[in-house]
Write a new protein. Structure first.
Lengths: 262, 266, 268
């Protein structure tokens, strides 16, 4: 159970990026967060594991108040928060297995990490998850030899290796082509159901949000302005989220331009 | 267009460019004439120099190979000085690079400490370091090794620090998000990214150090320079020629090995 | 989310850097043996090193505070270094141009190419201090030896870089001139020289900076300049003056590095 209340984030003295935001994500729900660029989606996600320090407000995950954690406690809490990134954020020069085992770094002793002597149960777990997402035969390949979709699967497995209580996905499909992008969304949806995981997904593509998630949250200028089921997201709601911003609702029909760049 | 074709004048440079060129030439001319005019040179010596140099070379042939055994032994000592010094300098440069890189240094004090170490190491030449360490440790290879280490530290640390500053931040963020400790983030997200630079600059510096270690002996810090110095002092020019040829072979072989290693590693 | 994971007991080990086990272990053992031998073969005199610490403290206490009392000597030495650097750069860069043409594979005939390359290799292989010591013997102590040394030093670097630049010039321009009937020298002047000129100016600037540094060193073996001043101070145990000289050398090198870096950015 994730409970965010009155969350504010302000960089320097500027206009706050998040302006007193409230959000509750119970148990096993898959929630997508939509909104134009600059609405604060990415900042919201990064506040949850404090890659970005919130300015004020409260974030509570399974009864633990995250905003006040000290270093060591923060690390222990981060171990249980999986994160998936738009740019995959893999270590290119390491093998797939090493990248996947990065998810266990918070658990294993330093010498094991340094010598690559991972515990057998972690290796079993890695192979199990890699088989589940279809990349087990790549275990010894270098991460930069894989295609975009395969790289994101590595990213997903790395997050799942953490044995997370919640999964945060920051534009997980924005760097992928439309077909791969749908595969990844489908994978996230199924894994969430299999593992009984709550998942928070920042997403540009409203079509995918409707199709793969049961709850959609709309953000605009650092505030929640829509929260409901996909079928409730009518034209008025879409306008409220997107209109007047540079990216109009029409973008749901056009594949993301960044996909071409990768 | 009013003017006729015949009126147009073609010039190679615009007037601004001309001024620039004139100005630069002027500076060069002034610099050179000042240097020539005030430098403390005995001109007859200068006119005599080609003859003197030719004479020196004539006295070098044929090279005297009677001391070849000793020369080869010292040549290997030279190689060892360069290799050992590079090895330790590479290891020592890592923590210095870490604190001198803006994105990994713990705080401002360590940043400035790191930069201070790099600048002072880089600005003092190997031979000046050698003078100092010969005064401290006495003549011998130890002074040479320490001198080369001190000079290499700045070179390696600077390049490694720059490599650290240029890394891709995203894996670092991802690993922080998994709850990995600082040391593990360094190990998994930073080290793999700087490893290629690490080997490249290590090999590059080894090649440079090989050349530098050939002259350490001139100030008493070990290596083949010791023999060279004593041969020159006794005017034994034919042995000098052998030593010079030995140095030439060592340096060229070292350069070839460095080039080969670089290709293998990268 | 803990759920049972089938214990496949699949093994995983990081793939070794060198796949061939024989080669890997051979190299590892070779390196270890070399390291052990290299370290043990060096004659360390530990008693001497221990005594050295005491000397170090004597030197350092003698060096502080640095003494600028004889600043005239200091300035004089520096100006001489600067003059040596300027003249050597001029000579070296001038001589580099013909040598670079000789050492460029696409322009020079094979025998000429071999001579050009050999000149560059010899000039690069000898540390300036070795060259300096020979010149000091040949032409006597003083700045002439320094100028000659740094000229050779400049040729080793500038001619090498320039030859590489000539090898990558746009060949189309050369062909255009040849087809218009231009002679060999005219081709060099109008098709090759304009293409390498910007690089040449940048290299000259860089070389002036490194000659200034090197002139501080070749003076140590008697080739004039601030190095000679430093050596004298050291020889007379004037450690406070030696420290002052060293500090000024550091300062000048930092300034000259910054200036030459800025000027090269302006030109390139």
């Amino acid at each position: 159970m994730l409970r965010i209340s009155q969350l504010v984030k302000r960089y320097g003295n500027g206009e706050p990026v998040l302006k007193g935001l409230d959000l509750e994500v119970p148990g096993e729900s898959v929630v997508s967060i939509i909104g134009a660029s600059g609405a604060g989606k990415s900042t919201l996600l990064r506040c949850i594991n404090r890659l970005v320090e919130p300015s004020s407000g409260s974030i509570e995950l399974n009864g633990v108040e995250i905003t006040t954690l000290r270093r060591e406690e923060l690390r222990r809490t981060r171990r249980r928060i999986g994160m998936i990134f738009q740019g995959f954020n893999l270590v290119d020069r390491l093998s797939v297995m090493e990248n996947v085992q990065c998810g266990r770094l918070g658990y294993i002793p330093y010498w094991r990490a340094a010598l690559r002597r991972y515990p057998q149960e972690d290796i079993d777990r890695a192979f199990h998850l890699m088989e589940r997402v279809g990349i087990a035969h790549y275990a010894d390949k270098r991460a930069d030899e894989l295609s975009g979709g395969e790289r994101q699967r590595v990213g997903v497995v790395r997050a799942l290796m953490q044995d997370p209580d919640i999964l945060l996905a920051d534009e997980p499909t924005a760097s992928l082509d439309p077909v791969t992008s749908r595969q990844i969304m489908e994978l996230l949806q199924k894994l969430a159901a299999e593992l009984h995981l709550p998942v928070l997904i920042n997403i540009h593509n409203v079509g995918e949000a409707r199709e793969y998630t049961e709850r959609i949250v709309g953000m605009r200028f650092g505030k929640l302005i829509f929260d409901g089921k996909p079928e409730d997201l009518d034209q008025d709601a879409m306008d409220a989220v997107y209109s007047g911003t540079s990216e109009d609702a029409a973008r749901q029909h056009t594949p993301n331009s960044e996909a071409l760049a990768t | 267009m009013k003017e006729s074709v015949a009126d147009r004048v073609w010039t190679r440079y615009t007037s601004r460019q001309r001024w620039w060129r004139f100005f630069s030439f002027l500076i060069i001319a002034v610099g050179v004439s000042w240097s020539l005019g005030t430098i403390d040179i005995v001109w007859p010596w200068v006119w005599d120099a080609p003859a003197q140099i030719g004479d020196l070379f004539r006295r070098m042939v044929p090279p005297d190979v009677s001391n070849l055994g000793t020369i080869l032994r010292v040549l290997i000592e030279t190689l060892n000085i360069a290799t050992i010094a590079t090895f330790f300098a590479v290891i020592l440069s890592l923590p210095v690079a870490y604190i001198a890189a803006q994105n990994t240094t713990p705080n401002r004090f360590t940043l400035w400490l790191g930069r201070f170490i790099l600048v002072s190491s880089r600005s003092v030449n190997t031979l000046i370091w050698a003078l100092l360490f010969v005064a401290i440790f006495g003549p011998g290879v130890l002074a040479g090794i320490v001198a080369i280490m001190f000079r290499s530290l700045g070179f390696l640390g600077k390049l490694m620090g720059e490599a650290i500053e240029e890394i891709d931040r995203r894996p670092v963020e991802a690993l922080q998000a998994t709850g990995a400790s600082r040391a593990k983030v360094v190990l998994y997200a930073i080290v793999p990214q700087v490893i290629p630079t690490f080997f490249a600059v290590g090999i590059l510096r080894w090649d440079i150090n090989l050349r530098e270690s050939t002259v350490l002996g001139l100030v008493g810090a070990g290596g083949i320079g010791v023999i060279l110095q004593s041969a020159i002092d006794t005017l034994d020019w034919r042995t000098v020629a052998t030593v010079l040829l030995a140095i030439l072979v060592l340096v060229i072989a070292g350069e070839a090995l460095a080039a080969w290693l670089r290709k293998k590693v990268l | 989310m803990t759920q049972p994971i089938p214990a496949s007991r699949r093994q995983w080990r990081k793939r070794p850097f060198i796949a061939n086990a024989w080669l890997r272990w051979g190299l590892t053992i070779g390196v270890l043996v070399y390291a052990a031998w290299a370290v043990t073969s060096l004659p360390f005199d530990w008693a001497r090193i221990a005594a050295g610490m005491e000397r170090a403290s004597r030197i350092f206490s003698g060096a502080f505070p640095p003494s600028f009392a004889r600043h005239e000597l200091l300035i004089e030495g520096f100006l001489e270094s600067l003059k040596i650097a300027i003249l050597a750069t001029l000579l070296g860069v001038g001589l580099s141009i013909p040598i670079a043409f000789m050492a460029a594979r696409n322009i020079a005939a094979v025998p000429v190419y071999i001579v050009g390359r050999a000149l560059i290799i010899v000039a690069r292989s000898f540390h300036p201090v070795i060259v300096a010591i020979l010149f000091v013997k040949a032409v006597g102590f003083g700045p002439v030896a320094g100028i000659l040394t740094l000229t050779i030093y400049s040729i080793g670097f500038v001619a090498k870089m320039l030859a590489e630049r000539i090898e990558e010039i746009d060949w189309g321009q050369v062909e255009a001139l040849r087809s218009s009937g231009a002679g060999y020298i005219a081709v060099l002047q109008f098709a090759v020289l304009p293409q390498i000129m910007p690089r040449q100016i940048g290299l000259a600037m860089y070389q002036l900076d490194s000659n200034l540094r090197a002139s501080a060193v070749v003076g140590i073996v008697g080739a004039g300049g601030i190095g000679a001043t430093l050596m004298n101070a050291f020889g007379r145990y004037d450690y406070d003056f030696a420290l002052a000289i060293t500090l000024v050398i550091i300062g000048v090198i930092l300034i000259s590095e910054a200036v030459s870096g800025r000027m090269r950015r302006m030109i390139w």
